[in-house]
Design a protein around this ligand. Structure first.
Ligand code: NAP
Ligand code: SF4
Length: 682
């Protein structure tokens, strides 16, 4: 019997049956604004339907112009637009899939000067101040939601998801801080929830009983004046009565200062909230739970615990479209697991770029990056078994080439072996497991513990140079002092480190090393503790929602400050914000985490010398000595490209990828994408 019997069992919605309990959560990927017949978006969704997803939900589509997330964002307000959506729905239905369109009105989160909201209360994350909706405006907005749902039906969708969470317009109506109206749409809680209930009632009436309506309900606002638990229960009941088919879980407004989906969030960290709604017994329709569910084991455990009837996963299906089918076939170890880094998905969307996936560069590029069998089989040497080298070797071998993968280290993974040791980056272990499986399945010959020289290229038709980087050693007097360590000594070498430490360089590695040195050492395979995480970020895990009256508004309580086990100074020469180059969606978490741990952040630093006393620096003309036991160098990297010139001289066909090609922007996302592309073209 399958170990995932709950996950894979069908869900009867009365008028229709979903083939399993996996809902692909809504995620904007930057293809929604594609012109013409949605060729790329259709291929992206079709691939997930082919992979076995029970119900797909599209990225958010605005029901009118005022609801757009940004200028030119996708809307659905005419039959002409609905006809274009037929391409998507037909492609999904061709794979026996089901798909719902998410209706999202951004309200005061719209990055446009024409955004509207219940009241004129500006969002802290938006430079634009909203226009308050008139009474007529409220009515016509409800009508626009209903029209959008009807058009979705016309476009072939099996249903809609009404986006009622994450702090968007509907959420703004529900919470008093953003809804300061005194008419029938404001005031008491009953009045404030009229807006969402009127929308769901209207859609049910217009679209009939055989149409799926998912309502994404903000169960935990994580903002100071958010909903109380009794209010959440009251809303859930009202939404069921209004005609919803499924209630999906929303966690945290976008302006909340609690991480909800980053790698440092424990797996399935918020499913307890959905379970409390389920256990309350106030609703009978299926509940879907969400956030940081990324393996079939976790999903199964959540469902088996009775927390919910479905699980929502968005990023894990970007990482591996075949997630469900692999689980069903007993091949869970082959799943390319989402590591919750946000680097190629959400960070791209925030930068107005098309989303993809760090571990799966084919995501959202289904029509452009395809791996086909090679016409002529070559002998390929891949030098360097970091993420880029592993991706190149696996892809080339899967195409039918004979591939040998060399690395002077004794194990696969390169820099990932250091990353997996950073607190909150435990998921990198999964990527190593995935590539290990994939390389074996593809028949790649591994030559670990072997240094490859240009002379070894004889007999190979092509060499992929994926040798990565070497740490940069800055020119500072005393750099040879025994108290100076490189980040590699600390993260890979297990060198003992003293109680007072200065870090030179505050980029991604500097932040990682600071987090590593601030925390007691632990087994990288052990995931963060839920209670500890909630205490650190001030989420009321104990009282909130445990009974009808318990807990503070929005689920927030006082946060604890887990002090560092060492005194740390994170130094940089520039005066810009520390960690400026970190991801948009995760940089603030790293900064807040180090601040909580009392790490000193020093900018505008001139390094004078290192000696027995410590690190001598000058900041704003004032000289001081940081009395440290160790100085750790995190000053960036240089390409390890020593193979390139001899290969060129010998006339060997080769490609250079990842850090070996470009050290300054070293990152696994580029390395994996380059490795895959190079091998796909061999
Ligand atoms: P980095 O981000 O380029 O940072 C290098 C740091 O070293 C900077 O703070 C720089 O600051 C300093 N530096 C550079 N040259 C120096 C010199 N000659 N003397 C003294 N200081 C010097 O490089 P990284 O931290 O090694 O990270 C490498 C890559 O890995 C990055 O591209 C990053 O994307 C990726 N990464 C990301 C994460 C993450 O997002 N969480 C984590 C790890 C790695 P000043 O020049 O101001 O002194
Ligand atoms: Fe997951 Fe990172 Fe891929 Fe986004 S980019 S889907 S977070 S692995």
């Amino acid at each position: 019997m399958s170990p995932y019997k709950h996950l894979l069992s069908p869900l009867d919605l009365g008028h229709t049956t979903l083939k399993n309990r996996v809902l692909m959560g809504s995620m904007h990927v930057g293809l929604e604004e594609e012109r013409g017949p949605f060729e790329k978006l259709s291929a992206y969704f079709a691939r997930r339907a082919e992979g076995g997803v029970g119900l797909i939900v599209t990225g958010g589509i605005a029901p009118n112009r005022a609801g757009q997330l940004k200028p030119f964002a996708a809307t659905l307000k005419s039959s002409r637009e609905a006809r274009r959506h037929r391409h998507i729905t037909d492609a999904v239905h061709a794979h026996d899939g089901k798909i719902a369109l998410q209706i999202l009105h951004a309200g005061r989160y719209g990055y446009t000067p024409w955004q509207v909201a219940p009241s004129r209360v500006q969002a802290p994350i938006n430079p634009f101040k909203p226009w308050p909706l008139t009474k007529r405006g409220v009515r016509s907005t409800i009508d626009d939601f209903v029209r959008c749902a009807a058009l979705a039906r016309e476009g072939g969708y099996d249903g809609v998801e009404v986006m009622g969470s994450e702090g968007y317009l509907i959420n703004q109506f529900i919470v008093r801080h953003t809804n300061q109206r005194s008419d029938e749409w404001g005031g008491s809680y009953e009045h404030r929830i009229r807006f969402p209930t009127a929308i769901v009632e209207g859609i049910r009436k217009e679209c009939g009983p055989d149409f799926i309506i998912v309502y994404r309900l903000s169960m935990l606002d994580l903002v100071p004046d958010g909903s109380s638990w009794p209010e959440v229960l009251q809303l859930a009941q009202a939404i069921e009565q209004a005609g919803a088919s499924i209630i999906n879980t929303g966690i945290g407004w976008h302006e909340a200062r609690v991480p909800t989906i980053a790698t440092s969030v424990p797996r399935a960290a918020f499913t307890w909230v959905t379970k409390r709604l389920r256990d309350s017994g106030v609703v009978t329709i299926p509940l879907c739970t969400s956030n940081r569910i990324n393996t079939p084991e976790v999903a199964e455990e959540v469902l088996a615990s009775g927390a919910a009837d479905m699980v929502s996963m968005a990023r894990p299906l970007l990482a591996d479209p075949d997630f469900v089918n692999k689980a069903a076939a007993g091949r869970a170890a082959d799943i390319n697991t989402c590591i919750a880094c946000n680097q190629a998905c959400l960070d791209h969307v925030f930068e107005n770029k098309r989303a993809s996936c760090l571990v799966n560069p084919m995501a959202c590029h289904e029509t452009e990056l395809t791996v086909k069998p090679a016409t002529a089989h070559k002998r390929v040497a891949v030098v360097g078994a970091g993420p880029g080298g592993m991706a190149a070797a696996a892809t080339a071998a899967e195409r039918g080439h004979r591939v040998v993968l060399f690395d002077q280290a004794e194990r696969l993974g390169g820099q990932f072996n250091m990353a997996k040791r950073i607190p909150g980056k435990e998921e990198f272990v999964e990527t190593l497991r995935y590539f290990d499986q994939r390389l074996r399945a593809a028949g790649v010959e591994l030559r670990l513990g072997t240094r490859f020289e240009a002379a070894d290229a004889q007999g190979f038709d092509h060499v992929v140079v994926a040798t990565g980087v070497v740490p940069r050693t800055p020119q500072i007097p005393g750099i040879e002092h025994p108290k100076v360590l490189s980040y590699v000594d600390v993260l890979a070498g297990d060198v003992p480190v003293g109680d007072k430490v200065a870090l030179i360089g505050a980029g991604g590695i500097g932040f990682d090393v600071a987090e590593f040195l601030a925390e007691p050492k632990k087994d990288p395979s052990v995931h963060p503790d839920l209670a500890q995480f909630m205490a650190e970020w001030g989420v009321d895990l104990g009282g909130w929602g445990a009974d009808r009256d318990g807990g503070a508004r929005g689920g927030l309580t006082e946060a604890s400050d887990p002090h560092s086990i060492r005194e740390l100074w994170l130094c940089q020469r520039s005066r810009s914000k520390h960690g400026r180059g970190l991801g948009k969606t995760t940089g603030w978490i790293h900064r807040a985490s180090l601040k909580k741990r009392g790490v000193h952040m020093l900018g505008g630093v001139t390094y004078l010398r290192i000696d027995d006393e410590g690190l001598h620096i000058e900041v704003d003309g004032a000289r001081q000595c940081l009395p440290v036991d160790h100085v750790v160098l995190c000053a960036g990297q240089l390409s390890d490209d020593r193979l390139v010139a001899p290969l060129e001289a010998a006339g060997v066909a080769h490609s250079v990828i990842g850090g070996a090609a470009e050290a300054s922007e070293l990152d696994a996302k580029r390395a994996i994408a380059q490795g895959t592309r190079v091998a796909a073209a061999l």
